[in-house]
Design a protein around this ligand. Sequence first.
Ligand code: ZN
Length: 84
Amino acid sequence: MNKSQPIRMCIACRSKHPQNTLIRLKQEGSEVVASDGKGRSFYLCDICVHNEKKIKGLVKRFKQDEERFTRLLKTLANEADTCN
Ligand SMILES: [Zn+2]
């Protein structure tokens, strides 16, 4: 195990995970989008990405369009799966 792996907190459940297991997002204007490494980003764990209740909570918290936001998370979760 790589000890230098940074630990980040999931914004939905507040549990801590190695950064490379989390999905990285950022806010751009009023929309939440995939992080490109620039600006402030935040993280979602793999469990929350598949948890409808948590996603709905985030939709409200960030005032996102639910359909678009859910689609974004699905895309990012699938990408993470193929990388591993
Ligand atoms: Zn989480």
